[in-house]
Design a protein around this ligand. Structure first.
Ligand SMILES: C[S@@+](CC[C@H](N)C(=O)[O-])C[C@H]1O[C@@H](n2cnc3c(N)ncnc32)[C@H](O)[C@@H]1O
Length: 275
């Protein structure tokens, strides 16, 4: 089995558990017509007015961020390779009364499936890039999907966070995993997921890759994009370093001790030039 197939089996199993986890707040979309995912709420000041934009959300998972962007007025398409995730995404969008197109495809196929130069906005994150082996290939997909003048909006876990081993004792943060992209995957076996759930999982192997900030930004520049905004954050939207983090009232998690030590996430924006 190749890495994509191993990962898809893992996501197909996790998606239904995520859709019923209190941490994804799926029911809130039906209960409150103005509810937005906490991930989108976090970035509202940076997103600006997206009403009327044609947007695509790459690796949209169960669609909670996609539906939130649709609620802000964008015409959204969500793309993911997991059929189970898209089943949940379509159900949540229907309950929310949001019109979103969901398309099953790999990120690498996005341009051939959706068409080139089509979108005003490519949105992606959180926990998306680590599933892709080649960040330069991803950057070319982003650039090809956008119309000239279109914008990439990315909030993602920081590569420095992925380099930390949280299972060491004490408050010291230990750098033990690669920061830079590796030719082969990092193979993990984990029977848990990042949200609260009673579900148990049998497809527990994952293949992931880290990508350094220079590789991500360099890949975008090589693909012809212009960097327009970049901000590192001291918080993450889930408990990515169990035992080290505390949660705030906005569902963001911060290092309990000396949060100034390391960024946990970042928001990056880039633009495809008009010429
Ligand atoms: C951590 S989730 C993204 C989380 C999302 N930001 C959220 O919380 O709603 C990662 C998603 O990437 C998808 N994925 C992983 N590799 C992919 C690939 N090569 N092509 C398309 N989707 C992929 C998985 O199916 C999963 O839904």
């Amino acid at each position: 089995m190749d890495s994509a197939e191993i990962n898809r089996l893992n996501w197909d199993e996790r998606a239904p558990a995520h859709a019923t986890s209190p941490d994804y707040h799926a029911a809130s979309f039906a209960e409150d017509q103005s509810f937005l995912s906490y991930v989108v709420q976090f970035d509202l000041p940076r997103l600006g007015d997206i009403a009327g934009l044609r947007g695509v959300h790459l690796q949209c998972h169960i669609g909670t961020d996609t539906v939130s962007l649709a609620r802000l007025g964008a015409h959204m398409t969500g793309l993911d390779f997991s059929p189970a995730a898209l089943t949940e995404a379509r159900r949540i969008a229907a309950l929310a009364g949001a019109e979103v197109d969901f398309v099953q495809a790999e990120v690498d196929e996005a341009v051939s499936v959706l068409g080139p130069n089509r979108f005003d906005l490519v949105f992606t994150g959180v926990g998306a890039l680590c599933w892709l082996p080649d960040i330069r290939r991803w950057a070319r997909v982003v650039a090809d999907l956008l119309r000239p003048g279109g914008r990439l909006f990315l909030r993602e876990f920081h590569p420095m966070l992925w380099a930390l081993d949280e299972e060491r004792e004490g408050d010291l943060l230990v750098v033990d995993y690669p920061y830079f992209e590796t030719s082969g995957p990092l193979v993990f076996d984990d029977d848990e997921t990042y949200v609260e759930t009673d579900s148990t999982f049998s497809h527990t192997t994952t293949h992931t890759w880290n990508h350094g900030l220079g590789e991500i930004i360099g890949g975008l520049l090589e693909a012809g994009m212009e960097l327009t905004a970049f901000e590192e954050h001291r918080s993450a939207p889930c408990d990515v370093l169990p035992g080290h983090l505390v949660r705030d009232e906005y569902d963001e998690w911060h290092l309990r001790e000396r949060p100034e030590r390391v960024p946990l996430t970042y928001t990056l924006q880039a633009r495809k030039p008009t010429r």
